[in-house]
Design a protein around this ligand. Structure first.
Ligand code: AP5
Length: 230
């Protein structure tokens, strides 16, 4: 399965990408995560983009496109991938189309997650992540069972919050989405690839809606279950 998850900041792209990654055994390729990893590791790329992420505007296309193209060449992308946060403008969508054509790869869909702007600020301001395994949580919508411990990896007191998750930057990120990212929706509609799910629904329902878009794509677990039953 090769899909793009599209939507404004806080729409749930990362949350759903992590769930799909586990279900299908294919990697999540999140442009924002790749940038943050470079910032954390103080690489040259990290130093180049740190202030841009803090401001909530877009990293220049040349840098972003090169980073994603190199990531898609990694062997773990051979059987599929979930692109989260890329492409983010028409130039990136065109570059992706060209790059996939060269690699001989076809997209299955671009899945748009719709959410109300007002709810996004609440979602983003309550968000935190396990600094060890990257599992995402939310103060209200997805708290960990034990407030200090990651449900997934058991790390204690390692939760972190993103520096760009403050109200001012979130508003800039939303503005960037409306002005630069939304215009790519017609790009995928024209190619018959655009699908839409209700990102306002409860987490599990959103996952179910996305899975229902790909009935022929069996998850590895479904395959094992079918063998057992058959
Ligand atoms: P990026 O890291 O991609 O941030 P973003 O697009 O702003 O998206 P978020 O990660 O904030 O939101 P999400 O949709 O993943 O939501 P989540 O699942 O966490 O980009 C950061 C920066 O990097 C950009 O500003 C830019 O500078 C740069 N950048 C990135 N890509 C670029 C590109 N292509 N070109 C140039 N620059 C680029 O969910 C949010 C919260 O809500 C969570 O706490 C979650 O638990 C909760 N939640 C999720 N779903 C639900 C639900 N259904 N119900 C209730 N709560 C829910």
């Amino acid at each position: 399965m090769r899909i793009i998850l599209l939507g404004p900041p806080g729409a749930g792209k990362g949350t759903q990408a992590r769930i799909l990654t586990e279900k299908y055994g294919i990697p999540q390729i999140a442009a924002g995560d790749l940038f943050r990893e470079n910032i954390k590791n103080k690489t040259a790329l990290g130093q180049q983009v740190e202030e841009i992420l803090k401001a909530g505007t877009l990293v220049p296309d040349a840098i972003t496109i090169k980073m994603i193209s190199e990531r898609l060449d990694q062997p773990d992308c051979k059987n599929g991938f979930i692109l989260d946060g890329f492409p983010r403008n028409v130039a990136q969508a065109e570059a992706l189309e060209e790059m996939l054509k060269k690699k001989g790869i076809k997209l299955d869909a671009a899945v748009q997650m719709t959410v109300d702007d007002d709810d996004l600020v609440e979602r983003i301001s309550g968000r935190f992540t396990c600094g060890d395994c990257g599992e995402g949580y939310h103060d209200k919508f997805k708290p960990p069972h034990d407030p200090d411990t990651c449900d997934k990896c058991g790390a204690k007191d390692h939760f972190t919050r993103r520096p760009d998750d403050n109200e001012e930057t979130v508003r800039t990120r939303l503005d960037t989405y409306h002005k630069q990212t939304k215009p790519i929706l017609p790009f995928y509609e024209e190619r018959g690839l655009l699908k839409t799910v209700d990102g306002m629904a409860p987490l599990k329902n959103v996952t179910a809606e996305i899975l229902a878009l790909f009935p022929s794509k069996k998850t590895p677990n479904q395959g094992i279950q079918a063998k057992k039953n058959g």
